[in-house]
Design a protein. Structure first.
Length: 188
């Protein structure tokens, strides 16, 4: 179907509309591809739009590369945290998988925080330790506390003044700590 013949007034009207759209920065990116497709010989008038499009594509590629790099660094940091948990000896490989599921459930990315939540949800099993069997004829004797000098205090003296016996034991422990823990040059 052939286009109808436009009147001179319509030609002026439509050409003004096209010129206005082509010169408006908001609509220029939409007009340029249409002109380039229908009238490729006139596409050079919109070369600025082509350059802007190529620059925008370049920026998108760069942003995508940067996001991929950051995602790899983040994944490596998380893997390092996971390996540190295994190296500490507190968790096994299987437990770190369970920790990861806890982290995913709560939306966190820190393995240390995930381990805390995991340990809270999975309390350690306390083994049932049977009480030691005592022979029916066995008797138990109260141990004699030692004084500051390291000699045993008779039970009768201990009962008369348990505070003094406790102080003696405390001084003895402190003295032992000082002599066994400090280097020889720091002994008093």
């Amino acid at each position: 179907m052939a286009p109808r013949q436009l009147s001179p007034q319509e030609m002026v009207k439509y050409s003004n509309v096209l010129v206005e759209l082509a010169n408006d920065p908001a609509y220029r990116p939409y007009i340029a591809p249409l002109i380039a497709k229908k009238f490729p010989e006139h596409a050079t008038a919109f070369s600025d739009v082509a350059v802007a499009n190529r620059f925008a594509q370049f920026e998108q590629r760069q942003a995508k590369k940067e996001m991929e790099r950051e995602a790899k660094e983040f994944a490596k940091a998380m893997e390092d945290q996971r390996k540190d948990l295994v190296k500490s000896g507190r968790y096994t490989e299987d437990q770190t998988k369970d920790i990861k599921t806890v982290m995913d459930r709560y939306g966190i990315t820190d393995y240390a925080a995930g381990a805390v939540l995991y340990s809270h949800e999975h309390q350690p099993v306390v083994p049932d330790v049977p009480e030691p069997k005592v022979a029916p004829s066995a008797t138990w004797e109260f141990p004699s506390p030692e004084g500051r000098d390291g000699k045993p205090i008779p039970f009768g003296d201990f009962v008369k003044n348990p505070t003094a016996a406790a102080m003696n034991a405390a001084y003895r422990v402190i003295s032992e700590f000082k002599t066994s823990r400090l280097p020889a040059g720091l002994h008093r």
